[in-house]
Design a protein around this ligand. Structure first.
Ligand code: SF4
Ligand code: SF4
Length: 459
């Protein structure tokens, strides 16, 4: 359970609650290997061992929680590599989230971020207006002369950053609350699920959300889209604002628990790990929260469970196959334990030839606001991934997280590789349309890419 306070009256209540984890660290340095921020900086304070030592120093009164230390804690991708590789089983993510909660409590997150967490995230309508304003700014940025763009922080070497297209009509205004299945597989009961879209899918990748719903309906599932759902709380949580995260969690849990559904489906890895795991940790032992979290399932995992290959099997698969590689979002593989199902799903699609890339589960370097605050390091980490995608020989790269999609698109663009980045739902949709067409449309896989989420990013 984290982050949680210990008895009140102590100076650092959140850190005190994880003292046991801090003391478990043997300083062996195993966590250095594979830590993207360490490998990029070779700075001991940017790896788990160093951060844990800093946390202990703060707790024991050896140092204050200075801005420098706060900055070291913030320079972390929350990729969980240190936690899964630690031979002593140190729950590094518990320690880091406790540290972020202390930083938020003592220093806040700044007036703009604080306002967004409290007054925008709980209100999808307000967030949508903010998204549109951001979309207009992104257009100015896109068409700004390069001498001007070079003055901005995101245009290193004169190359402009790939930005999301927030000017599209958002998902929640396009879908009904109840979406009936197209056909029920013979002998199988109708499955009823609710879709948790998350803000990025709602506002920047609505076509991914539409394809997720379409794919599930074609697989014989009734899909509910409760309009009362709000942001999962990830931006607030990863900036240490525990109270705002809990308020958003309560609203979502209440909304989804009121529905009589078999599963709560997500297609964004970060949102999935927040609603499926973090909510549980924020409210340990709460039966309502447990009821909610137990139903949370990844979209790809559900499609594999529903044997989607029997539905796309109508395509003969004799057209040109696309070479596809897959990037594992950290939160999907390490937090939710989903890594074999996306590969299983991709391999089952008739127009796909799956190829594995080197370091498929290595963090892409995006990690939400990390990529905005530390763009240089984010791009440095992204280069490894861009090269790995290029070296795999893939025509396209697929993932299951909007934040990873943007980071991959930006990294590939910055390194001069013209490789589209799609969501798995895009390829499932291509397979379903090819299947609907009886497998006659041999050009479908190539031409369909122009109608995918890759087209929703500004380059
Ligand atoms: S691998 Fe675990 S025990 Fe070893 S230094 Fe890192 S956090 Fe500490
Ligand atoms: S979560 Fe990732 S980036 Fe952060 S310290 Fe651990 S390995 Fe490094």
């Amino acid at each position: 359970m984290y982050p949680v306070r210990v008895v009140s009256g102590l100076k650092y209540e959140f850190l005190e609650a994880v003292r046991g984890e801090i003391d478990k660290c043997t300083k062996c340095a195993t966590c250095q290997a594979g830590c993207p921020t360490y490998e990029s900086s070779i700075s001991e304070t940017l790896v788990a061992r160093g951060k844990i030592r800093l946390a202990k120093g703060v707790l024991d009164g050896e140092t204050e929680l200075t801005d420098r230390i706060a900055n070291d804690f913030n320079q972390c991708l929350s990729c969980m590599n240190c936690q899964t590789s630690c031979p002593s089983g140190v729950a590094t993510m518990k320690i880091f989230s406790a540290a972020r909660a202390e930083i938020y409590e003592k220093k806040g997150a700044g007036p703009i971020a604080g306002f967004i967490f409290k007054h925008m995230l709980p209100h999808p309508g307000r967030l949508n207006i903010l998204a549109k304003l951001t979309g207009v700014s992104a257009l100015f940025y896109k068409y700004a002369p390069s001498w001007f763009a070079e003055l901005l922080p995101y245009s290193q070497g004169g190359v402009k950053r790939v930005t999301p297209d927030f000017l599209q009509r958002n998902l929640r205004s396009r879908v009904a609350e109840v979406n009936a299945p197209y056909a029920t597989p013979v002998g199988k009961p109708v499955r009823r699920v609710a879709f948790f879209s998350g803000c990025m899918t709602d506002m920047a990748f609505p076509q991914v959300g539409l394809k997720v719903i379409e794919g599930l309906r074609r697989a014989g599932v009734e899909v509910l889209f409760p309009k009362a759902q709000v942001c999962c709380g990830a931006p607030a949580y990863y900036n240490g604002d525990v109270n705002s995260t809990k308020e958003l969690a309560r609203k979502n849990i209440e909304t989804f628990n009121a529905l009589n559904v078999d599963a709560i489906v997500y297609s964004c890895a970060t949102c999935g790990s927040i609603v499926g795991e973090t909510y549980r940790q924020l409210f340990p032992g709460d039966p309502e929260v447990e009821k909610f979290c137990a139903k949370v399932v990844d979209y790809q995992k559900l499609l594999v469970e529903l044997s989607i290959e029997t539905i796309v099997g109508g395509a003969d698969g004799t057209g040109r196959k696309l070479k596809v590689t897959y990037h594992d979002p950290c939160h999907l593989k390490r937090a939710m334990g989903v890594s074999k199902e996306p590969r299983q799903l991709l391999k089952s699609l008739p127009h796909v030839e799956f190829v594995e890339m080197e370091g498929a589960d290595r963090c892409c370097g995006g990690s939400g606001t990390f990529g905005m605050k530390f763009y240089g390091m984010s791009m440095d980490i992204g280069k490894f991934k861009a090269d790995a995608i290029k070296n795999s020989g893939a025509d396209i790269v697929v993932t299951a997280c909007p934040s990873c999609q943007l980071q991959l698109a930006d990294s590939l663009h910055r390194n001069g590789y013209d490789i589209p980045v799609l969501h798995t739902a895009d390829l499932v949709d291509v397979a379903l349309s090819t299947s609907r067409d009886g497998g006659n449309n041999k050009d479908q896989p190539d031409s369909a890419i122009s109608n995918t989420s890759a087209a929703s990013a500004n380059r």
